[in-house]
Structures are given as C-alpha cells and as structure tokens.
Design a protein around this ligand. Structure first.
Ligand code: HEM
Ligand code: NAG
Ligand code: NAG
Length: 598
C-alpha cells in the first residue's frame, strides 16, 4: 500500500516545514515579502509575522499574488506587442517609418503613443525612496531623496536579494575585475563617436547629483533645469552673469569666446590644489573642469546663450538685462530638449521613426508635468565603458589622466579642432569587460551603493518594465565565458544585481544596449523631458521664448546648429555618428564598424 505511506510522508513534511518555517520566522524574523510574492506590480504587505497580502488594486490582475489577469487585461496583453517585438519593428522597416515620419498627423499619433507608453512606466507622484520599503508621504515631498521605482529589499531577508542567491554577495572588486575591466577596447556597435558619451555625461550631470551625505540623497533639481550652465542656485548664477544684455560672463582667448577664469567669476569649482589659474574656468557645474569634452560642451552652450541673448536684445530693445537673461534661459532649455530628443535619443534608440519633440500632442491627455529623478535612472546611466582610453586632438594623443582637469586643452586646439577630433573618434560599447582603467573604480562604487541601498535584482527590474525575467546566465549575456563567470559569482540568475545585469546584458537587435537599459532608460528619459515645465500648455507658446524669433530657435535647434552657429569659419562634421569616410578606419574587428561583432 504505497499511497497512504506517501501521503503520510507528505503530511509529515508539510507539518515539519510549517513548524520549521514558523520557527525561523519567529527567531530570525524574515519578512514575509522577501520572496516578492506579489506579481504584476501588486503591493506586498506583511500580515502578522509570517503571512503577506498583495494589493492588486488597478493592476488589472487579481488572486492571492495578483497572478491572474482580468478579462480586459488578458485581451490587452494579447494584442499588445512585447517590448522585443516593438523594438524589432522600430529598428527595421525603414521605408514604413519614412512614410509615417512624413505624414504629419500619423507621425504625431505615433509620437504621442511613444511619449505616453514610456512615461506610463514611471510613477508620478513618486512613491518610494531608499529609506522605506513601503509607500510614504516623504517619498512625494522630500526632494532630498532620489525617487525609487522599486522599494528596497526588506532588511530582514535570507539573502541580500530577498530569497535568491547566496547569503554573501561576491566581492565588488572581484566583480569589476572579472566582468568589467577592459581587456581589449570594444568599439560602439553603431559607429557612435566620442561626442556621444561626452554629451551624455555633460547633459545628465545637471540632474544626477549625488549628495556627499550618501548615495540615497541628491542635491539637484530633479530635471532639465540648465543648472549645469547657470549654476545650482541664484548665488552661483549671479556670479556667472555679466548683468549686461542678459549675457553670461565670458572671455576671449586666442580670438575665441570661452567661459571666464575662476578668478574672474569665483563660483564653487572642483580643481586639484595648485592648479594654475589659466587652467581653472568657472562653469555652472562644479565638476565640468574635469575633462576637455565637458569644457567643450560648456563653451558651446555658453556661446549659444550669449548669441541668443543678443538676438533677443535686438528684438526687445526695451527689455532690461534680467528679462533678456531669464527668457534666454528658457530658449536654451528648449534648445537643449530639442537636441536631446532629435539628435541624441534618435541616435541612442537607432529607431527608424523620426524621433521628434512635439509637446502639444500631450495637451489633450492627463499627462503630469512633474518629474523626480530615480536612483535607478542614475545607476543605469553609468556609461563609462563608452569612454575610450585616450583621445587624439590636433594630432596629439591624450590619455584619460592627461585630460583630467585640463580644460585648457580645448583652448590650445580651438573649439573647431576639438569638436572635429571627438566627432572622428569611435566611442566604446556599453558591454562586458569594457570599463577603462580610469573609471573602473566608479563602477565598483555604484555596485556598492546598490548594495547599501538594497536595490532589487536585475530580474525584478525587468519584470517592473514589462520584460520577461531571464532564466539563465547565457540568455542574459549571450556569451558563454561571461555566463560561466557570472554563474560562479552569483549562483542564481535571480540574484544578479541591477547595474551588473544592465552592463552584462547582450545588446538588443541593432542596438547600442540591452533591452534593460533601452526600456528603462527610455521611460525615465521621456518622462523627464516631456514633463519639463516648458512642455506644459501654459509655457509652450511663443511669448515664453521672447516671441516667434525665440520659439523658432527652440523648434529648429539641432546639435549641428548649436555648434556651427558658434564656430567661426568652416564648421567640422557635427553629429553623434562618425563621418562616413572614417567608418572603416576604426579599430573594429573584421571589415569596419558597421557590423562589428562584440
Ligand atoms: C572618462 C570620463 C569619465 C570620468 C573620469 C568619470 C568619472 C566619474 C567619477 C569620479 C564619478 C563620481 C563617482 C563617485 O562619486 O562614486 C562619476 C559619476 C558619474 N558618472 Fe562618470 N566619468 C566619466 C564619464 C562618464 C560618462 C561618459 C558618463 C555617461 C553618462 C558618466 C556618467 C556618470 C554618472 C551618471 C555618475 C553619477 C553622478 C552622480 O550621481 O552624482 N560618466 N564619474
Ligand atoms: C528630508 O530628508 C532628509 C534626510 O532624511 C532630512 O534630513 C530632511 O529633514 C527631510 N526634509 C524634510 C522637509 O522633511
Ligand atoms: C589604473 O587606475 C588606478 C586608479 O585609478 C591607478 O592608480 C593606476 O595607475 C592605473 N593604471 C594604469 C595602467 O593606468
């Protein structure tokens, strides 16, 4: 009689497990939500010491774990293409997207869908910070914190990732050495030049401003506010302004306009001790004297500000300095967003649809014009592998350390030559074993910060952004050697950390990144850009920008115009892609970079 015996065994096991579970709950105090039982964005709360409850409200799912889709949701899931499918459609069928991009109303319809579907992934108002595992009022009101898209893993869990993986995470130094340290330089798979990572760093540091008090805190304005040009507060801004014609202070060096020396505009800047005066410039962001590329962009945007201020002064001879300055700032923010959407996002996404900045398509929707920078957004933007180990300007090669705190390199070669140099050199791929020596420590720091703030696993974030969790390491990386190394380090695919997963993920079809960075980055980015005040119905009109003249400057801005209107003489190739004639000369494996295999 085997069945009863089996039954007995089962009963015994159940009783035993229950007893031991209850005991471990009581003694070790594991939180019942450690295993993240609630699916589909259901909210987990403990009920007593050993049970949990999922709140499935407005998720479209029901059941103990919010695992069952309602009829309506099932239909929606059935007809809604997966992120993989959508990505495939957008990076192929160029002829189709050419037609869509050409037909105004259809193009507007698609852009509206893009804005809304991306922004929908970001909670507004924000609900979590790194301080609590649950929703708080503080999350919505305390701007000192970065927002969190997923709350921290509970403190009392069997493992740092909840229940998955080992009790102790692999040493962060070992992770960076084995998975991140650059062995050979892996070039950008889509011919991006160094102007691209330089722009990424320049643009995003206006809102990624981690506070010295800890990685959960920030000192920025939670959006595109121009603080990297104008300073973080009025005090700094007043020092940078000339108070004449709405202009910023500047100086002529070798016949070109540059930011003032620090001694002439003493804002707070970070330079090593004993840096000579002629290497110390005053810029809106205290770190932008760090690299020639940051100084290049700072110079070009300063020139653009003063150029626009002159145009508005001519247009409004009756306006005082203050109004010209404030209005020019609005134009500059508008131009910035225009360039970010048209040039930068277009290039990063590699979509064939013309990615356009059309704020008014959202005016008949309940879109919310407020934004909070998420900690996860900051982490995923650590694109240090895109920086090459050295840069050649005017025939001279500068290693990373030779560039650091040497903004005067730009003055020596001039803006045109520096631009041409960065535009002609390929950048690195955001992939495994491609962090240059100079920034390897930054990668280690971000892993440690992620652990300190108990970020949930990469797979948890995949699910949050509608991507299927990976089932094994090979699926994640697409590279056997890396998969084996990761398996050894982490043991369980559900224990892979957020930043490590993002870097190690295989690139999506015809893409610079894995779908993780693409889907999450696009969501935070679109939300942040389109929720800028200037995109709202009350701001988005000609009078905000000093009349039609200013509005047209905003609407027609591009990376090329911003550079070329501020470079005297012949303007070099300005784009985020290498010039056509250089594409095969780069250090790529096989025949040129177009189809470089990583
Ligand atoms: C070779 C050039 C670069 C150097 C030397 C460099 C260096 C650094 C350093 C020292 C930090 C501070 C790390 C810490 O406090 O723990 C940092 C932070 C950061 N870097 Fe880079 N970086 C470079 C390029 C880039 C690029 C191309 C990006 C792409 C967007 C980038 C994105 C970031 C971000 C998002 C942060 C966090 C900023 C914050 O939270 O305050 N960096 N980098
Ligand atoms: C915001 O949080 C920080 C850090 O916990 C705290 O020092 C500060 O007082 C809070 N601000 C407000 C307005 O509660
Ligand atoms: C690598 O970076 C470290 C720390 O930034 C530095 O001390 C070391 O000299 C660098 N090594 C090389 C070969 O550049």
């Amino acid at each position: 009689m085997t069945p009863p015996k089996n039954l007995l065994a089962v009963v015994a096991i159940v009783v035993f497990c229950h007893a031991s579970l209850a005991e471990s709950d009581a003694t070790e105090g594991f939180h019942p939500c450690c295993s993240f039982p609630c699916q589909n964005q259901g909210v987990c709360s403990s009920r007593g010491y050993s049970d949990y409850e999922c709140d499935c409200t407005r998720t479209g799912f029901y059941g103990r774990n919010c695992e069952h889709a309602t009829l309506l949701k099932s239909v929606e899931l059935l007809v809604r293409p997966s992120p993989e499918t959508l990505h495939h459609l957008l990076v192929n069928y160029e002829w189709l997207w050419d037609i869509v991009s050409y037909l105004g109303p259809l193009h507007r319809f698609f852009m509206k869908r893009v804005y809304l579907s991306r922004a929908d992934n970001v909670d507004t108002p924000p609900i979590y910070t790194s301080r609590h595992e649950y929703i708080t009022m503080e999350a919505a009101f305390n701007l000192t914190y970065y927002a969190r898209t997923l709350p921290p893993v509970h403190e009392n869990c069997p493992t740092p990732m909840g229940v998955a993986g080992k009790k102790l995470q692999p040493d962060a130094g070992v992770v960076t050495e084995r998975l991140f340290r650059r062995d050979i330089f892996k070039p950008s798979p889509l011919n991006s030049n160094v102007l691209l990572p330089a722009f990424a760093q320049y643009f995003t540091h206006q809102f990624f401003k981690t506070d010295k008090d800890g990685p959960q805190y920030q000192w920025g304005g939670h959006g595109v506010d121009g603080s990297h040009i104008y300073g973080n507060d009025k005090e700094a801004s007043d020092i940078l302004r000339s108070f004449r014609g709405g202009r910023l202070k500047s100086q002529l060096l070798k016949g070109e306009e540059y930011p003032p020396y620090l001694k002439d505009a003493p804002v707070h800047m970070t330079y090593p001790p004993n840096t000579p005066d002629r290497q110390k410039f005053a810029i809106g962001h205290e770190f932008y004297g760090l690299l020639p590329s940051l100084f290049l962009y700072s110079t070009v945007w300063l020139r653009e500000h003063n150029r626009v201020a002159a145009i508005l002064s001519r247009e409004h001879p009756d306006w005082a300095d203050e109004q010209i300055f404030q209005t020019t700032k609005l134009v500059i923010i508008g131009e910035t967003i225009q360039v970010v959407v048209n040039d930068y996002v277009q290039h990063l996404s590699n979509y064939h649809i013309r990615v356009a900045f059309i704020p008014d398509v959202l005016f008949d929707t309940p879109f919310q014009y407020q934004n909070r920078i998420a900690l996860e957004f900051n982490h995923l933007y650590h694109w240090h592998p895109m920086m090459p180990d050295d840069v050649t300007i005017g025939g001279r090669t500068y290693s990373m350390s030779e560039q650091m705190f040497h903004p005067e390199i730009v003055v020596e070669h001039g803006v045109a030559a520096t631009t041409e140099a960065l535009a002609s050199q390929i950048s690195g791929a955001m992939t495994f074993r491609n962090h240059g020596n100079a920034t390897l420590s930054v990668a280690k720091e971000i892993i440690l910060a992620g652990r300190q703030l108990r970020l949930q696993s990469f797979n948890q974030y995949r699910k949050r952004f509608h991507l299927a969790p990976y089932e094994n390491f090979y699926d994640l990386t697409g590279n056997q050697e890396m998969a084996d190394a990761m398996e050894e380090l982490y043991g369980d695919i559900d224990a892979v950390e957020f930043y490590v997963g993002l870097v190690m993920e295989k690139a999506a079809e015809k893409a610079k990144f894995g779908l993780g960075i693409l889907e999450m980055g696009a969501s935070y980015s679109v939300k942040g850009l389109m929720s800028n005040p200037i995109c709202s119905p009350e701001y988005w009109k000609a009078s905000t920008f000093g009349g039609q003249v200013g509005f047209d400057i905003v609407k027609h801005a591009s990376l090329e115009t911003v550079f070329c209107q501020n470079i005297r003489g012949k303007c070099p190739h300005v784009s985020f892609e290498l010039p056509e004639e250089l594409i095969s000369e780069q250090p790529c494996t096989g025949g040129g970079c177009k189809n470089a295999e990583l």
